[in-house]
Ligand binder design. Structure first.
Ligand code: GTP
Ligand code: ZN
Length: 351
């Protein structure tokens, strides 16, 4: 626990950093602000985003503001009290995004400034390698630390098989737990220190709320942001960030079930780095690994060192990401074409 000794020292110094640090404030954000701005516009963290308003929390601040453009849950703002909509949004340390549902290809921000994402799955039929790979790709793309949490260990005599399967696909920490057991707080403690921001991703019913409750002791900590269903348990109704006393900030998310990739090429590449490496040795740079001569990937499949299913999952994510990110890619292509045209005409004139 960080103690504020200001009380004993007579409060002659600037306000102690600890209340802000507990909300996740750290040098990465402080370095974006000079002393004048800090005095005029206190930093606040966005805990909820609604259609026409946002909620922010800071040192001695806990209030709603009119909606501020381009903010998402977890953001840090320099609060302009006179004109809240002009509050400055600080550069994010990480951002998790997906393709928004619907026909458009809009990018939807899910969380800003998360440190750790707990990717939750259960040691039962919910366990799905393709889904885990997808979540890992999004989290790695965001620059967030992934931790895979496998729940319902108590109901699965073969839980170690699930752990082994998961460890085979990622370097991330893999933890099996009984989410209803007493060990949750201690096994997740390394990622849940005060000042850290964590979030849970996973399908419905895997135990996200149970884990959130265990970390947060929510029956005392969350008050009005808690809603109870018929069984008296915490249920997530909308995205919000809340702060656990002497613990982390937790981002509670109801809507991360369907996670369509967008602009996640490097995250996909990280999850499938072994295949990327092999594919880079194919004879043709644009090899589709479908039977071209000199294809090292097909050679690996023939030799039994590459699983054909894994190749198919990789190609599916690459294709999905490409389609969903197309507007960006198309723009690049056009710009490239344009500069080529300009170069050509310059060369033409020089002749
Ligand atoms: N035995 C056992 N039950 C668990 C475990 N984790 C979750 N459960 C139970 O599974 C059910 C679903 O858990 P929740 O925590 O509500 O799951 P969730 O992921 O939050 O689900 P949504 O809120 O629908 O997204 C509850 O009845 C939990 O008590 C576990 O590790 N062991
Ligand atoms: Zn190939």
């Amino acid at each position: 626990m960080v103690r504020d000794y200001g009380e004993f020292l007579g409060k002659t110094e600037a306000p102690a950093a600890s209340p802000l640090a507990a909300l996740g404030w750290r040098p990465f954000f402080a370095n974006q602000v000079d002393a004048d701005e800090l005095l005029a516009h206190p930093p606040v963290r966005v805990t909820e985003v609604h259609r026409s308003s946002i909620h922010v929390v800071g040192d001695g601040i806990d209030q709603s503001l009119p909606w501020v453009a381009a903010t998402t849950v977890g953001d840090w703002l320099m609060l302009n009290r006179e004109l809240p909509t002009a509050s400055r949004v600080l550069t994010r340390s990480t951002e998790i995004k997906r393709r928004a549902a619907g026909p458009g290809r809009d990018v939807q921000m899910i969380a800003a400034n998360l440190d750790t994402a707990f990717i939750v799955s259960s040691c039962n039929a919910d366990f799905n390698v393709a889904r885990l790979e997808r979540f890992l790709a999004v989290v790695l793309e965001a620059g967030v630390t992934p931790v895979v949490v496998l729940t319902k260990k108590d109901q699965a005599p073969d839980w170690q098989d699930y752990v082994a399967q998961t460890q085979a696909m990622t370097d991330a920490a893999v933890i099996a737990v009984n989410a209803k057991g007493d060990e949750v707080r201690s096994v997740l403690a390394p990622w849940c220190m005060p000042g850290q921001t964590v979030g849970f991703l996973g399908m419905s019913g895997v135990g996200k709320s149970t884990l959130t409750n265990a970390i947060g002791n929510l029956s005392v900590a969350t008050g009005d942001i808690r809603t109870d269903d018929a069984r008296g348990r915490h249920t997530t109704t909308r995205r919000q960030l809340f702060f656990v006393p002497d613990g982390p900030a937790i981002l509670d998310t109801p809507g991360m079930r369907e996670l369509q990739l967008t602009e996640a090429a490097s995250g996909v590449g990280e999850v499938f780095s072994d295949l990327e490496e092999i594919a880079s040795q194919c004879k043709f740079r644009d090899c589709a690994h479908g039977g071209e001569p000199g294809c090292k990937v097909q050679a690996g499949i023939a030799a039994g060192t590459i699983e054909p299913e894994r190749l198919a999952r990789w190609q599916k994510l690459v294709a999905e990401d490409r389609v969903n990110s197309e507007s960006v890619a198309q723009r690049r292509k056009r710009e490239k074409g344009f500069s080529r045209m300009v170069n050509k005409s310059i060369r033409g004139k020089a002749r």
